[in-house]
Each structure stands twice: as C-alpha cells, then as structure tokens.
Write a protein that binds this ligand. Structure first.
Ligand SMILES: [Zn+2]
Length: 403
C-alpha cells in the first residue's frame, strides 16, 4: 500500500534571501504564463497538451530569457501544460473556461532542483542554491513533523509558496508499506524498447522516435565547437563551454520528451515493465554508436527509470543477444533474417521493420527470463500496437475493440 501526504513546512529563510526567492518565483511564473499563452492558442488552432511538444517549442527561448536552471524552466512549462489539459477537459464537457493564468507565488521543485533533508531544504534559485531550515512544531504526532520526522516517508517533490513575508514548502511525501502484495501473480504485460542510431528508440507498440533531430544537434555541436576552437582565445574557450551547456540542455529536453512518451505508452497499455537492452555493453551491440549516442541511451534509461516509478511501472534491462536476428513470431534465429532496416524471417516469412522486431524480442527476452526463473508462471505477453505476442511468440488478437 502506498500513502501520500503533503507536509506544509514553514521555512526559516537566510537573511537577505527574500529578493532572490521572489525573483525565482517571478521568473518561474513568467515561464508558466508564456507557456500557457502558447499552448492555449497552440499551433494550427489546436490547444497543445503535449509536454514534449511545448518543451521543444519553448524551452530554448525561456532558458535564454531567465536565470532559472533547465529543470525549473521545464517545470514551469509543464505546469502550464497540465493547466491547459484541464482546461481542454472542461471545454470537452461543455463548461466555460479560459486560458490558464498563473498569479500565485509558487515554484515546483523535484529532487533535481531541490535537495530535501529532514530538517532543511536546498532550493535552486536564480542565484544558485539557497538553504532554508524548517520551522517545525514539537508535536511528533501531528503534521508536518508526523511525516517529516518519519523516515518511512520519502520526499517526492515540493512547492515553494510565499504567503506575505513568509515562505512555505509544501512537500509531497510518500510511504510504501513493506507488505505490498507483489504484482507478479497478475497478468503481466511489458513494453519492449529497441535503441539505435537511426531511431533513438522503437517500442514494441510500433512507435518510432527518430534520431534525426538528435543527430542534427550532435553535428551542430561538433561544428560550432570546431570553428570556435580555431580562434583559440580564452573567450573562445568559454564560448565552447557555453555551446556545450546549451547543446547538452537541448539533448536533455529531447530525451525527457522521449522518456515521457514511452511512459505514457506503458501506462496507456497497462504495462508493468519497460524493457531495455543491457546498456553496459551497448557499444558491442551497436557498433555505429558514438559516445553521444551511448550517453543518450543511458540518459534515456535513467529518465525512464526515474519517472516510471511514479506510475508504478518498472524499467529493466535484459541481455540483447540475438534480439535483432530472432523472429519475434516463430523464434527462428538466423543472420539472414535481417537485411539493414528490414526483418524477413527465412522460416515463417514474417516481415517487418527490423527495429520493431527487435523491440518485441527485447520484451519477450524479459518475459522468458522471468518464466525460466519459475516465479509463479503468470500469463505474460508483450504489448504490441494491435493485440499481443505471448511468451511462445504466438500472436493474440485484441480481445475487444475499444470504443
Ligand atoms: Zn519466423
């Protein structure tokens, strides 16, 4: 069982920190309001409710405009997207609504932009980190100390709020009871993910995340680095560092988008696991991968792993041996099955995109491993775009057509 509680903690802010905190709040609100404006009017006359899309369009300019960290800029954009989503829901129900506007003094922090301790918090601001002590009443039986003082409750995220001259941290806390029934006895469905250089990721549901954008940025990065390096001055060196940070930020935003979309798929299809190939020896499996690709794959996995947990989905890695040569339908494994981007089984004639076949195999690999481990023998399958493939590779059509 999972318990979620919000602990409202008054903060003892350092002397002279007030203007910095107010400026942080102001800039965060600016990001949210700009994003709200853009998402509400949208492109092509439709409201934008995709976080990834909003981030792609807005992150760069908001990062330049503000002194906020990349993480806070993202959080500001996301806050707006969530509000626009709710607005769109209201419109669908025929209720009156208008563009969300943010006026409260509030900033959203997660574990990357804040470090939550049991007696203080370190917050990212427009001017570095600020540490604030908690002002906690003595009674351990009452909130907030009931939660903050209990090691079984972990901090998930927090909102910094201003009320007059006082600052508060609204901390979301979570406690997981140890006697959780394992979901292993339930029917298990997993999402397989194939990583590569032409497509950064392909899921077993048949969604492709092209590497075009990624490769473009990578080339751009190398090019700009090259031309700056030739001038060879101290200023150029600093500029190179700047290019690095900027490009790095763009990569990260893109990967965040892919991670979010993978998780959305897993949640939508009721998957318990998102299965990746083992990243330890990824270079042997994908010889064409550059160091940036390897970095990107690991980063993507980290994001998925971190975010999936919030949705009770688990990210796992499996041995990828033969996943590109094996037929996901009949299991026949042969070098000749794969010709560049196409998979064509020499035995049963199954044909499909090679990366898609591999993604299915990666999901199956995990299920086989679990079955061999003999843990319950629960029915298992890999989620596909239509129907599922079970552990012996048989295709099971969807049980019913969704309305
Ligand atoms: Zn086959």
């Amino acid at each position: 069982m999972e318990y979620r509680r919000t602990a409202i903690i008054k903060l003892d802010t350092p002397k002279n920190a007030d203007p910095t905190l107010r400026e942080t709040v102001e800039q965060f609100r600016h990001c949210a309001n700009i994003a709200s404006e853009w998402c509400w009017h949208g492109d092509d006359g439709f409201h934008v409710t995709s976080k990834a899309k909003a981030e792609r369009a807005l992150y760069e300019s908001l990062k330049d405009e503000t002194d906020l960290t990349a993480n806070l800029v993202q959080k500001g954009i996301r806050r707006a997207v969530e509000a626009v989503k709710s607005g769109v829901e209201r419109l669908k129900r025929g209720e009156k609504t208008s563009k969300p506007h943010f006026s409260a003094d509030s900033v959203v922090y997660d574990k990357r932009s804040a470090t939550f301790h049991r007696d203080h918090v370190s917050l990212s601001t427009v001017d570095g980190r600020i540490e604030c002590d908690y002002i906690l009443p003595d009674d351990p039986e009452k909130p907030p100390l009931k939660y903050v003082g209990d090691d079984d409750y972990e901090f998930r995220m927090g909102h910094l709020q201003r009320d007059g001259d006082d600052w508060y941290l609204h901390a979301s806390m979570r406690k997981i009871e140890a006697d959780d029934p394992e979901p292993d006895t339930e029917h298990r469905t997993v999402l397989g993910v194939d990583l590569g250089v032409n497509n950064i990721a392909v899921s077993s549901t048949g969604t492709f995340w092209s590497a075009d954008e990624f490769n473009h940025w990578r080339r751009e990065y190398e090019k700009r680095r090259g031309s700056l390096q030739q001038t060879g001055t101290r200023a150029a060196h600093e500029a190179i560092e700047g290019v690095g940070r900027k490009e790095y930020g763009r990569f990260e935003i893109y990967l965040h988008g892919v991670a979010n979309e993978l998780i959305e798929e897993a949640v939508e299809y009721g998957c318990s696991h998102i299965v990746f190939e083992d990243l330890t020896h990824i270079r042997e499996n994908i010889p064409q991968a550059t160091w940036q690709h390897v970095w990107a794959f690991r980063r993507l996995y980290q994001y998925v792993e971190y975010k999936a947990a919030e949705h009770c989905v688990e990210a796992v890695q499996v041995d990828p041996r033969n996943t590109s040569k094996r037929c996901s339908t009949c299991g026949f494994t042969h070098d000749d099955n794969r010709h560049r981007g196409t998979f064509a089984c020499q035995k049963c004639g199954y044909e499909n995109h090679a990366d898609y076949n591999a993604a299915k195999n990666i999901g199956l690999q995990y299920l086989r491993r679990r079955q061999n481990a003999g843990d319950g023998g629960a029915p298992v399958d890999v989620r596909l775009n239509r129907g599922t493939v079970n552990v012996s590779g048989e295709y099971v059509p969807p049980a019913s057509v969704e309305a």
